[in-house]
Design a binder for this molecule. Sequence first.
Ligand SMILES: Nc1ncnc2c1ncn2[C@@H]1O[C@H](COP(=O)(O)OP(=O)(O)OP(=O)(O)O)[C@@H](O)[C@H]1O
Length: 235
Amino acid sequence: MIKLINVSKEYKNGVKALSNIDLNIKKGEFVYLVGSSGAGKSTLVKLLLKEEEPTEGQIYLNQMDITKVRNRKVPYIRRNIGVVFQDFRLLPNKTVYENIAFAMEIVGVPSKEIRRKVPSILSLVDLSRKSSSFPDQLSGGEQQRVAIARAIANNPPILLADEPTGNLDPDTAWEIMKLLSDINGGGTTILMATHAREIVNTMRKRVIAIQEGVIVRDEEKGGYGDEIPDVQKYY
Ligand SMILES: Nc1ncnc2c1ncn2[C@@H]1O[C@H](COP(=O)(O)OP(=O)(O)OP(=O)(O)O)[C@@H](O)[C@H]1O
């Protein structure tokens, strides 16, 4: 489902963010990507979204080498991969309903289907009653649930989550993890970059640890790892 062969990424300023990464994630897996700040986690996520190009190597999503895909075909890749970020990234001038509907409109879903599907996705994330609210009228956890609803609206086989619980209090973070777990239970492959030690240690899923751009550990039912210092929170 996700396969990286000898992938390296050096940014234009000479920073080598990833070096010779080999990785294979199968359909339906839930994988945590852990590592200190600056280890290369977000870079890996950006390569999978084709927001950045690798300097070397091949990246396969669903058997397709996305490094060979032309830029105008990028929307096709994005249909196969939903994404959630720490800072939610909802459209502030659109309601909850419209945020989800918009994600479907831009990939050409007919309006009749959008009208049918948005309510069921809202019910899945337990936000039916907030359908007409704007993002700034929602709590952080609710905003993240909308972001997840939007990410799965087009039924992508893969969901990437870049620190999805980073801005949430512990109880709300666990709610989000329950939701992601349920989505994974439905067959969606999930790759989640995180600093949430307790979550990783409790869930016991596959853990891939990166340090200075290199995979240093890949464990089934792994833990967060004592080698990684806790991030200091400045907010
Ligand atoms: N656009 C860029 N240009 C140059 N260097 C970059 C760029 N983006 C990231 N880097 C560098 O690449 C390295 C990896 O960064 P990356 O954001 O992937 O780390 P991370 O593991 O996601 O960190 P964090 O946990 O703090 O989000 C760091 O040294 C960072 O400074």
